[in-house]
Design a protein around this ligand. Structure first.
Ligand code: ADP
Length: 205
């Protein structure tokens, strides 16, 4: 049986979560977002958390990356439980160590088709988008993520350039990556249509 993994790359605010959702709804993929899985830890009661989970929450809130061991364990559990043969990875692998973890997981769970997707957006646009997102959430009285502050966004962007860009370079060299570029005027529908056209023959024909 063929098992397909889509790997979404893009900086904070690039819209990769939105595009991942579209692919889930259209092609029956499940999405594993390491950010969402980690934020799920916050819903647990304090006494149910292990020391490493408690540590992960505070690292996450500061905008840095949580430990590779924890991410690896959480993902192995999720892949196992889901039993899915079509998974979108959102937010993983995020540094060079996680490339090995990713390759090991793909081998262990027998995923034989890997499709990396990269949404390229300039820092300038990302910062503008994030600022308006925070403002809109506050105006609507909705909770703002603990790591959605201008200072933490800067840390997240630095971490992205330093740790995640080398991962994107690796995937670009080792597989046939789908690259989509957004400027200030590109709508999410345009990105969605481009993505759809490029991914369908690879994943879903
Ligand atoms: P964004 O891409 O908007 O920064 P995410 O929701 O993907 O947000 O991640 C939020 C935070 O969760 C990250 O800043 C980091 O602390 C943690 N995190 C998510 N994925 C990983 C990962 N693969 N490895 C380590 N930490 C991660």
């Amino acid at each position: 049986m063929s098992k397909t993994a889509i790997v979404m790359f893009g900086a904070p605010g690039s819209g990769k979560g939105t595009q991942a959702k579209y692919l889930m709804d259209t092609y029956d993929f499940i999405q594993l977002s390491t950010g969402d899985i980690l934020r799920g830890l916050k819903k647990k009661s304090e006494s149910d958390l292990t020391d490493s989970q408690r540590e992960a929450i505070s690292v996450m809130d500061s905008g840095r990356l949580v430990s590779d061991e924890l991410v690896s364990q959480l993902l192995a559990d999720e892949i196992e439980t889901s039993q899915s043969s079509k998974i979108i990875f959102d937010g993983f692998p995020r540094n060079e160590t996680q490339i090995t973890i990713f390759n090991d997981l793909m081998q262990k769970f027998e995923f034989n088709r890997i499709i990396p997707v990269y949404l390229e957006v300039s820092d300038e646009i990302l910062i503008d988008r994030m600022k308006s997102r925070i403002k809109e959430m506050k105006e609507a009285g909705l909770p703002v993520r603990a790591d959605d502050t201008p200072e933490t966004l800067e840390v997240r962007l630095d971490t992205y350039h330093r740790d995640t860009e080398p991962v994107i370079n690796y995937f670009e060299k080792s597989s046939d990556m789908i690259m989509l570029k957004a400027d200030a005027h590109t709508t999410k529908e345009e990105i969605r249509d481009q993505l759809n056209e490029m991914i369908m023959p690879k994943c879903c024909l």
